[in-house]
Structure formats: structure tokens, C-alpha cells
Write a protein that binds this ligand. Structure first.
Ligand SMILES: Nc1ncnc2c1ncn2[C@@H]1O[C@H](COP(=O)(O)OP(=O)(O)OP(=O)(O)O)[C@@H](O)[C@H]1O
Length: 265
């Protein structure tokens, strides 16, 4: 195809499509985070660079070229968590990954059994619903990897099967384990009383406190889902990819848990 005197073949179309997909993935990954503002700043520098280069403004071009050269290393350092997450997302879309087209084609859902996941989803939803009614504050992190990092200095290892009664008793107001987050990995409750990183996102609602902020914090740089029960309001919320979704119903929580535990995060 000849478009505006430019040669445009099907390979260019694929090239363009891949760039668009990468930009959309990058936007979804960064939106709502501080890194998004840094990313916009870098885009502005790039645009100015191309304009001054086209206008043949040599000094500015050299200066910006220098900033951009150093900027590549700075980008890797600043965006290290985002790059990690981006590669994780890409890894999940490989032909052999759990939710890939090929896996779904050769192993249709009807042949898979989700009994264990369904039981985990029911236990978590039951516990969260009871705690919301009783206005018992809770913070549950469902981590997608066994290598989840958390502060072990104050936490208590549990390594128990997931049950609504156990979760509820951990968050009981008189329980010595009720403060901090509960970590679930796979089919186990791994630890309680975990101190999580508090999000510094300035765009979060000002009315929320440390429980909600730390739920957002633990999902900002890793593939986790954090469920929060507000002690003050008895509401259920969740954080994923650094984004807080507030005041959901138990049914909505169940759908989210299916999405995470059955369809894959
Ligand atoms: N860094 C942290 N990691 C894990 N849990 C934390 C952290 N900081 C505070 N918490 C938990 O949050 C509780 C305090 O919640 P706070 O009232 O500040 O938050 P909130 O978001 O307003 O929640 P709520 O709606 O339940 O009041 C603490 O008692 C503790 O259990």
C-alpha cells in the first residue's frame, strides 16, 4: 500500500499493531500510579527532543540527547517494579501459560476441576461477609507467588488450610494476631500480623486510613489481590495493580476471587 508517499506493507501494519498493544499494556500497568506521572514527563522530553531535532536546534538537541542517553538507565532503575510486572504479564500470555489460547483450546474448562479453588473462594467470601456485618477490620492478601516478600520481623507464620472460621478468629478484636495483614498463598494461610508497605499514591481518597493504603501498597509492585474490610464502616473493598475498588458486595467479591483464583491474575 502507498500511503502519503510512504511504503506501507503488511509487516508495517503488524509492527504498528504490536506498538499499539505495548502502549496500551504500558498504560494499563502505570495508570493511577506515581510512575504514570514520571512516564508522562519522559514522553514530554521525547516530544521536545524530536521537535528541536527537526528544527535543527543543535545545542538543545545535544543537551536533550544527553538526558535521553542517561535517561535509559534511569528508566530501568525507576521503573524496575513496573518492568518486572510487565514481563510477568507477558510471561502469562505465552502459548503454554494457564490462561493462554492454546491451553484453553486443548484443555477446555469443562475438563478442569476447580473444586479446591471454589472451596477457597467460598471460605474467604464467607469470612469477609461475616466480618463486614460485624464491623471487624480485616486485610487479606492473596499472593500469586510463593516468593511473596513481606516483613517477617513482626509476622507470625501459620501455614494452615484456608477456612472461614480461622480467618474470622484471626481478625477477632481480642486476637493477638488481628493487627496487620493475613497472607494467603495457594491453598494455605501463610502468615498473619504482617506489616505491609503503605502506598504513597497521592490520588487515593483522603478519607481512607492505613489499612486501605497498605492494601494498595502491597498490590502496586506485585501480582497480589488485597481484600479489605473496614472496621469503621463495615464495607468490603479490594486493591489490585495499585488500584482501590471500594464498597463492593459479597457477590462482586466472589466474582473477583473467581477471576483471580480460577481464571488467573
Ligand atoms: N502497614 C500496615 N500493614 C498492614 N496493616 C496495617 C498497616 N498499617 C495499619 N494497618 C492495620 O490497619 C489498622 C488501622 O487502620 P486505619 O483505621 O488506619 O485504616 P482504615 O483504612 O481507615 O481502615 P478502617 O476503615 O478499618 O478504619 C491497624 O490497626 C492495622 O491492623
Amino acid at each position: 500500500m502507498d500511503f502519503l508517499n510512504l511504503e506501507f506493507n503488511w509487516l508495517d501494519a503488524i509492527d504498528l499493531l504490536i506498538v499499539i498493544v505495548l502502549i496500551i499494556q504500558l498504560y494499563r500497568l502505570l495508570k493511577g500510579s506515581l510512575a504514570f506521572n514520571i512516564f508522562l514527563g519522559l514522553c514530554v522530553i521525547y516530544v521536545i527532543f524530536f521537535v528541536v531535532k527537526a528544527l535543527k536546534m543543535t545545542i538543545l538537541t545535544t543537551l536533550l540527547q544527553g538526558i535521553i542517553n542517561v535517561g535509559i538507565i534511569a528508566i530501568i532503575v525507576i521503573f524496575q517494579p513496573e518492568i518486572r510486572k510487565f514481563l510477568l504479564v507477558l510471561g502469562k500470555k505465552t502459548p503454554l501459560s494457564k490462561d493462554s489460547f492454546f491451553t484453553k483450546l486443548f484443555l477446555p474448562d469443562k475438563f478442569k476441576s476447580y473444586k479446591e479453588e471454589e472451596s477457597i473462594i467460598n471460605e474467604i467470601t464467607t469470612a469477609v461477609t461475616h466480618m463486614a456485618h460485624a464491623q471487624t477490620g480485616a486485610l487479606i492478601v492473596i499472593a500469586n507467588t510463593y516468593r511473596v516478600k513481606f516483613d517477617t520481623a513482626s509476622s507470625i507464620n501459620i501455614d494452615a488450610n484456608i477456612s472461614a472460621k480461622l480467618i474470622e478468629s484471626i481478625f477477632e478484636k481480642n486476637s493477638p494476631l488481628h493487627d496487620g495483614g493475613l497472607i494467603i498463598v495457594g491453598n494455605k494461610i501463610l502468615a498473619a500480623k504482617v506489616i505491609l508497605p503503605v502506598s504513597e499514591n497521592p490520588n487515593l481518597p483522603t478519607r481512607i486510613g492505613l489499612r486501605h493504603r497498605s492494601a494498595v501498597g502491597i498490590t502496586e509492585h506485585s501480582d497480589n489481590l488485597a481484600i479489605i474490610v473496614s472496621e469503621e464502616r463495615g464495607t468490603i473493598s479490594y486493591a489490585q495493580d495499585g488500584i482501590l475498588t471500594m464498597d463492593i458486595s459479597p457477590e462482586e467479591l466472589k466474582i473477583k476471587l473467581y477471576e483471580v483464583l480460577v481464571d488467573g491474575m
